[in-house]
Design a binder for this molecule. Structure first.
Ligand code: PLP
Length: 406
């Protein structure tokens, strides 16, 4: 068996991509913990809260009442109706039930959207810092990611000029993730309008709006989707969302998208030949999540906000670090440029952000992810989806490690 596996020739679409660096970092932290090391794990990109009880109960009811069979490929009517209502009332996005697809997580919807549209020679614009999966999803589907650096001076956001410069006749998509993983930066209405104006000049470019964190919102300005401020772009946008983060349901695997019917049909066609449909039980739970009492979501968001404010202030008090306040999501992306070139007590030089996160892990047992994994150095990402005690302990240790550098 082993020999046969060793002889398998893997396809380029596999050999050309990486295992997600955040998954690898979380795995490393788990291994060190299992080996008895005292690790404060700040790598995790999922809520530390349990799925609210009412949602679990909806899943139990689905099991008891025999809602345990294949569903329509594009998801149950109940769930699509709940999504339609959520998009309309929260974001002002109008779509019909046949303009919505449901899959095994937002990740799967994004992947299928690219699979449905991207071929060799096609380009996808990915603003950096980016969620680690975007470039690899593009590569896995034969396309070329075009990375556009969005520095801290621009609030880690894509400017209209940078977008204009990146568009070529081969551009198929712009990926717009707001609020962003890893920076927490979100686009304001005027910024969305300016980006939309560029897209209007290039009708061959579609926009992939990943708004999975849009309920985790701390900014003083309102949460908007580019489609709500530029409805004219609706014919060439896919708005992607899901319940993983918002309702602490990462393991249930439900994500969805709303977009033009030909694109939704293509995504459904691919799903019909791959997974058939997402779990019927998870769909029942997700419908309950979207239509039920939203109190638990508001409570979770209030706690994330408290943690973000506290941790950001704490990190800004550490010599050599500076941290921009996130507008949303549940990550901080501190700048560690002030520590580059310094020396550890063991005599090693911190030459880049990977050296720094390895130093944090080895010297004080704090697991984070280096900025280069997200396409921008020298930064590191830490997740605030962890208890306040863990966050306090993690920040104390980071402070200790930074003050030991010379
Ligand atoms: N989009 C972004 C920006 C994410 O950070 C993640 C998860 O980390 C996802 C999508 C995937 O979400 P889901 O669990 O719905 O697949």
């Amino acid at each position: 068996m082993e020999t046969a596996l060793n002889q398998i020739k893997l396809a380029r679409r596999v050999t050309d991509i990486r295992v997600s660096p955040s998954v690898a970092a979380a795995q490393k932290a788990r291994e060190l913990k299992a080996a008895g090391r005292d690790i404060v794990d700040l790598t995790v990109g999922e809520p530390d809260f349990d799925t609210p009880d009412a949602i679990k109960q909806a899943a139990i009811n689905a099991i008891r009442t025999g809602d345990t069979k294949y569903t329509p490929v594009n998801g149950t009517t109940a769930l699509r109706e709940a999504i339609r209502h959520d998009f309309a009332t929260r974001l002002g996005i109008a779509c019909g039930l046949d303009g919505i697809c449901v899959g095994g997580g937002a990740k799967q919807i994004l992947f299928l959207a690219l699979m449905a549209t991207v071929e060799a020679g096609d380009e996808v614009i990915v603003p950096a810092p980016y969620w680690v999966s975007y470039p690899d999803m593009v590569i896995a589907n034969g396309g070329t990611p075009v990375i556009v650096a969005c520095g801290e001076a621009e609030g880690f956001k894509l400017t209209p000029a940078a977008l204009e410069a990146a568009i070529t006749p081969a551009t198929r998509w712009l990926v717009l993730n707001s609020p962003s993983n890893p920076t927490g930066a979100a686009y304001r209405e005027d910024e969305l309008k300016a980006i939309g104006a560029v897209l209007e000049r290039h009708p061959h470019v579609f926009v992939l709006c990943d708004e999975i964190y849009d309920r985790f919102w701390y900014a003083g300005f309102p949460a908007r989707s580019i489609i709500s401020v530029m409805p004219g772009l609706a014919g060439r946008a896919l708005v992607v969302n899901g319940v993983s983060k918002s309702h602490a349901m990462t393991g249930w695997r439900i994500g969805y998208g709303a977009g033009p019917k030909p694109l939704i049909d293509a995504i459904n066609k691919l799903q019909s030949q791959s997974s058939s449909c997402p779990s019927s039980i998870s769909q029942a739970a997700a419908a309950a999540a979207l239509t039920g009492e939203q109190g638990p979501v508001a409570e979770m968001v209030a706690l994330y906000r408290q943690r973000a404010e506290w941790a950001c202030a704490r990190l800004n008090g550490i010599d050599g670090l500076s941290c921009r306040e996130p507008d949303g999501a549940f990550y901080l992306f501190p700048n560690c440029a002030g520590l580059m070139g310094k020396t550890t007590p063991e005599g090693k030089t911190i030459g880049n952000d990977l050296d720094f996160v390895i130093y944090l892990l080895e010297s004080v047992g704090v697991a984070t992810i280096h900025g280069a994994a997200y396409g921008l150095e020298p930064y590191f990402r830490l997740s605030i989806a962890t208890s306040m005690e863990t966050l306090e302990e993690g920040c104390e240790r980071i402070a200790r490690a930074c003050s030991a550098l010379r």
